[in-house]
Design a protein around this ligand. Structure first.
Ligand code: DX5
Ligand code: ZN
Length: 221
């Protein structure tokens, strides 16, 4: 049986103790570190950009998963390709030429991800699904941590899973927003491969144990 992958989101970490938080991730069972880049235009919040990603890349020993919530993400790809980023995800809604953008990400040596907002249907990916490594389904409206999970996301996971299987694509399904043990189990049952969790991991008493328990979620028989 395939293992659930867990990508903690740095957004909910203590930015006053960033090195300590990164060391926690390094010592944990997390599969990757999820990094949310926000520009205050595509989403109503600003986080960090290339200098912070470069700094994090020097300390993190896990792969980096960069979630770009910015307009015109093409501009960002070239300048970050030296940071050893494993997966770069752009929003479908932010790309006029998504096919070209995915080619650029791959040419820069990274896995390519496409994120969908809660209001964007899964069928928009039909003609590009074979070139996508990871589909990131947003289960909250992007911009902030700690929001409530949108239950309709479960239908989207099931529909996407079907599309992936029918097309023969190797894409993995990653979910971002409102993930906890309860929604995590529902998502894994629906067919998700990767769980992003921000406030649930960094806000917990024992983040190591929370990551461990999320990784142990397997589809109910
Ligand atoms: C929200 C970000 C998420 C965020 C999730 O726009 O993309 O990665 O950190 O936070 P939680 O897990 O608290 O919903
Ligand atoms: Zn994210």
């Amino acid at each position: 049986m395939k293992e659930t992958q867990v990508y903690p989101s740095l957004l909910s970490a203590d930015f006053g103790n960033l090195q300590k938080e990164i060391e926690m991730i390094n010592a944990s069972e997390a599969d990757s570190l999820h990094l949310d880049v926000m520009d205050g235009v595509f989403v109503p919040n600003i986080t960090f950009g290339a200098p912070i990603l470069q700094m994090v890349s020097k300390h993190i020993t896990k792969p980096m998963d960069v979630h770009l919530m910015i307009v015109d993400p093409d501009k960002f790809i070239e300048g970050t390709k030296e940071f050893g980023i494993d997966l770069m995800t752009v929003h479908y809604e932010a790309c006029t030429h998504i096919h070209r953008t995915l080619q650029k990400i791959k040419a820069a040596g990274m896995r390519a991800g496409v994120a969908l907002n809660p209001g964007t249907p899964v069928c928009m990916l039909r003609d590009i699904i074979e070139m996508i490594d990871v589909v990131l389904l947003m289960s909250v409206n992007p911009g902030f941590g700690g929001q409530k999970f949108i239950p309709h996301s479960l239908n989207k996971v099931r529909e996407l899973k079907k599309m992936i299987e029918e097309s023969g694509s190797h894409a993995l399904i990653e979910i971002d927003g409102g993930v906890n043990y309860e929604t995590g189990q529902q998502l894994i049952d629906a067919g998700a491969d990767i769980l992003v969790a921000g406030s649930f991991v960094f806000g917990s008493k024992n983040p190591y144990e929370t990551i461990h328990n999320l990784k142990k979620l397997t589809p109910a028989q």
